[in-house]
Write a protein that binds this ligand. Structure first.
Ligand code: F3S
Length: 389
């Protein structure tokens, strides 16, 4: 892999241990995937922020980077953490975890990372189309490549941090035009009715395709929120980092059909046995302003049912813009939380054993990561479950 003179000096440790470590991670990755050089990136988005998923050893690594003077060289944002520090009245996570979480956030701050704490960094700062990025957080990667037409591989936490410290990433994978082309045509026969059904298609196709790239034909009203659910689900059950839709369908590639039975069978995987959930969770991936407005419109004038919690997750950036809608949700008894999500927190410690969501990604992960029984339903069904008429 070709390195410039300056990159060689970093590699040889002349700029200090933090940058040497970072460039060695990037070069190693580049060699594995046959990159020819490092390319500049517009931004990095780093996962591995919640103490629940990061743990002590990785926190120690972050501390070493900070102690060695590591500061990011490009715009860098971070994924959600394990609680909303401004709403400990709602998310009362144990003190021992709070301290560790705040320590992690401080370490990122010392590195010059923006404390966005969101998995939808594109609502905070939309990347330019054709810009090269180094984003971790698989749902954001798929959205960036497929909807925003930016270019990013599916980074892990360490490689996204390394790219942020160097301001570059190795040019392999979907940074190369030929690697972005669809190789399976997915003909979606049912007229998808809501965001949940887009998520079901994502789970089904992700598990079939793994790393192959789908072109979706027949998507009914593919608006931004539904595409976000499709991509997040696709990246949960599979490893795809890009999908295509809308343009002229590619010819001469393998074809797969999605019919009603596929959707029904996938939904059956997420059917719940409980009558009433402890928590209804909306906001995986984090809600947009439009989605918060939609929720507020649906629950205006209603009241939360007894013994059910209704939490909406978003970024602080979006919440600030959504204030009138947030007020409606909170008045009805719901709560709008920032910088966190239900997959990266300790649900059982919060007294939650049963969960209902409109997110296929959460329904896919929560039973394993959080040991809670999880059901999947559309946004309007979730709202009916949480609020009196
Ligand atoms: Fe975001 Fe958490 Fe879902 S990080 S994509 S809300 S699992």
């Amino acid at each position: 892999m070709y390195l410039t003179k300056e990159e060689e000096r970093i590699y040889d440790g002349e700029m200090g241990w933090a940058y040497e470590k970072a460039i060695k991670i990037l070069v190693k990755l580049g060699e594995i995937f046959e990159a020819t050089r490092l390319i500049p990136i517009e931004s990095a988005h780093i996962s591995g922020v919640s103490y629940k998923t990061l743990g002590d050893a990785a926190t120690e690594f972050l501390k070493e980077i900070v102690n060695a003077g590591g500061v990011v060289k490009t715009r860098a944002t971070i994924n959600p953490s394990s609680f909303d520090p401004q709403r400990v009245d709602v998310m009362n996570v144990p003190n021992k975890y709070r301290t560790k979480q705040l320590h992690i956030l401080n370490l990122y701050k010392e590195m010059g990372v923006e404390p966005t704490l969101t998995c939808t960094p594109y609502y905070v700062n939309k990347p330019a189309s054709n810009s090269h990025l180094a984003w971790a957080e698989s749902s954001a990667v798929v959205y960036a490549n497929s909807v925003l037409k930016a270019w990013t591989n599916r980074e892990g936490g360490p490689s996204a941090l390394a790219a942020a410290l160097i301001g570059k990433t190795p040019n392999y994978g979907v940074h190369i035009p030929e690697n972005r082309k669809a190789n399976v045509l997915v003909d979606v026969k049912p007229k998808l009715q809501n965001e949940m059904e887009f998520g079901l298609v994502g789970i089904h196709i992700g598990s079939l395709l793994k790393k192959r790239i789908p072109y979706f034909k027949g998507l009914n009203r593919p608006e931004e929120g539904s595409l976000k659910q499709l991509g997040a689900a696709l990246a949960s059950s599979g490893m795809t980092s890009i999908f295509h839709f809308g343009e002229l369908p590619p010819r001469g590639i393998e074809k797969i059909t999605v019919d009603e039975t596929c959707l029904k069978r996938t939904l059956e995987r997420f059917s719940a046995t409980f009558e009433k959930p402890d928590l209804v969770f909306i906001g995986c991936p984090h809600c947009s302003l439009r989605e918060i407005k939609e929720i507020a419109t649906m629950i205006r004038g209603r009241k939360i049912k007894k013994d059910v919690r209704f939490w909406v997750c978003t970024s602080r950036h979006v919440k600030e813009q959504a204030e009138p809608y947030v007020n409606i949700i909170e008045k009805a008894g719901g709560r709008v939380l920032c910088g966190t999500c239900m997959v990266v927190t300790w649900l059982r410690e919060l007294g939650i054993e049963t969960l209902m969501t409109n997110s296929s990604k959460t329904a896919y992960y929560a039973p394993v990561f959080n040991r809670v029984e999880t059901g999947l339903a559309s946004l309007s069904e979730c709202i009916d479950m949480a609020f009196n008429p």
